[in-house]
Design a protein around this ligand. Sequence first.
Ligand SMILES: [Zn+2]
Ligand SMILES: [Zn+2]
Length: 255
Amino acid sequence: MLVDAGLSYRETRRRCAEAGLDLRDVTDVLLTHEHADHCFGAATIARKLGARVHATPGTLRALRDPPPAELCFPLPRDGVLLLGRGLHVRAVPVPHDAIEPVAYVVEERLDAGRCVRAAVVTDLGCAPRALAKALSGLDALVLEMNHDARLLLEGSYPVSLKRRVRSDLGHLSNTQAAQLVAQVLHPGLRHLVLAHLSEQNNTPSHARREAEAVLEVRGSRAAVHVAGQARALHPIVLDPGATAARPRQLALFAT
Ligand SMILES: [Zn+2]
Ligand SMILES: [Zn+2]
């Protein structure tokens, strides 16, 4: 399954291959919202692969290039979806200037009552309490660290755009994201992926510094990964018992 498809079919396929994955294995695409950097390639991927596209009804309605109707599956804004063998996906509303944007929490039930939980949380202007609650007990968190407040303020964006980015319906600053990490941090968190970094108003080192400061204060040993816009990260394997015959892995892409 793929969360968001902001790149073209060809580029998505190339990046999958770079990470050792085959895009043709994707059966389901989950869209967080209708902004082009999250859904540009969705219709082509759906058409070429016959993949199902899941999104809130508002997001599906707002797609400029909608996938074929028979491949569109509306998901309530706080709905749960069961994919394949025991993959539970939960949509969680987030505040952003889109019609019905959501984050996704994915849980895979393993043997002996164990499970792995990961969440993809990007494009939100602030973090409501219900979101923090939904992000409990995660093994991996992909979280937006969009901008450094000072770099945004002093940067070249027009005033109206700066206001939009900073608003409660815009994007999370490094500091806001770090505060959310502090709220959801627990000893089981193993991977924190910093995502959706602005190339104008942020740098990997600004984002990493704020994230690591929170982890250090709390004595967390979670690994910090910074996603870039130009290439895919290496897949992060969450289940140490995974084998080639029973692969379980989370592959992450910057969109
Ligand atoms: Zn975005
Ligand atoms: Zn957006």
